[in-house]
Design a protein around this ligand. Sequence first.
Ligand code: NFE
Ligand code: MG
Length: 569
Amino acid sequence: MAHVVVDPITRIEGHLRIETEVEGGTVRDAWSSSTMFRGVEIILKGRDPRDAWVFTQRICGVCTTVHAITSIRAVEHAIGANPPPNARLLRNLIIGAQCVQDHVIHFYHLHALDWVDIVSALSADPAKTASLAQSISDWPISGRAYFTDVRARLKDFVAGGRLGPFANAYWGHPAYKLPPEANLMAVGHYLQALDFQRQFIRMHAILGGKNPHLQSFLVGGMATPVDADSQNALNMGTIAELSKLVASARDFVTRVYMPDVLAIAAFYKDWAGIGAGVGNYLSYGEYPEDDNPNPNMYLPGGTILNRDLGKVAPVEPDKISEYVKHSWYDYKGGDDKPLPPFKGETSPNYTGPKPPYERLHLDRKYSWVKSPRYEDHPMEVGPLARMLVAYAYGRPSRVKELVDNTLKALGVGPQALFSTLGRTAARAIESQVIAEKMQDWVAALAESMARRDYRICDNSKFDPSTWPEECWGSGFHEAPRGSLGHWVHIRNGEIVNYQCVVPTTWNAGPRDAHGKRGPYEEALVGTPIAKPDQPLEILRTVHSFDPCLACAVHVLDTERREIVKVSVV
Ligand code: NFE
Ligand code: MG
């Protein structure tokens, strides 16, 4: 039995350590640990709830916007503010842009190198690469000259020893299966995706002043004026610009991202049977389509247990609680019982080993991430959960259609969705569904302008004297990595308690008081490992969740100096 430790897991946001027991070429057990503590929930106490979004948005710079959105929803819920339709449309556009940009970056820049061997790309024939690219898509930047140039750039990188993001990888590992030409095609698209995402996210600069960390949120609506007759507001010129950017996203996702995922997946179909994990899925639903208190969501919310797509149930937030049995926190009432977020406590207490150490205290506390549970079940959240819930409901029909097309193209059944590959495919499917849908929100905003409906904010509740003396609110959102909730308790205009239960907290959390593994841990069990000193397969499954530990833990322990290490103990 080898104890394989990967610390840090790279190509993610934040500090993640994975420990595994590997026997007979297979992972037998796994532990997921965040080695980073942050304290945003604590610093919010005593502050003005109208400012909370500015602070919480800084939980992360990768899923920028998402904590701002969730925070304003939580505070609006507490004080009873009702944002007007334009605010909903602007928020949907901001959320959609975040989703598509983040997914493209994840696939090409964080995840693809788990499947694509850069060194093998050096031996590709550019003419054959061009034929391959043209056989899967009519994307115009696919000629022989282009791929000759990409190969030359890659050779220069390698010859100059400037490997940069490509350094220290497991090139030549036997688990890489793509032919050289597919590898070279993917390298070309890696570079194009860098340009695409930089251009596309100008949407956030237009709608929020900048990216990351948009400036235009407001409890009660948005601070982005809408006025067709003004040069100093979102006007018809802006609509044209937004429309162009949305079209560019749709183009890139449809003609590059989706065909690449299908082409690469075809060589890795065994990964449709690996990495399933807990088999329970949660989505709060996202993209409100009306302004009722319980709006219809374009992507519906729901829970699925035990992979049973025949039974999807509405989410009941009262069923959510968090354990700290294996996390470096203390609960006043003891660590065996979980706490619901409104009663949540964040009292850090590091009891782990002092560095240097070979392994964490795996039978005690071993992570800064708490363990959220839904009715005591560990739940996977993220694009796969969202696509499964939508698929199970059969709406929107575009999800059903794209999921079925993907399964058909790969020649696999719906069971294949519950896997490492399923997560990666779901992210591409969601990108396409949202890139297509965004045009509707641009059009609806244009219609508002045509009707001279310029309302962007409900400021009737802006003055704290209009609030109840004491109130509670919860805000829910589907961030790129999954279900995000904020819970706020306000008294006399100040925050008494603030709790965030975040996508990566759901997915990366450790065992609970019953010893039940979290989603990463469960997904790793059974993973084949060809070479324990080069655990590429661990990266595949962990990356398929798109970890963000900055979010999950939401001050660095100054004694913990991280070293880049992969060790087989
Ligand atoms: Ni920092 Fe985040 C997203 C949130 S993940 S990336 O998406 O919320 O836990
Ligand atoms: Mg929290």
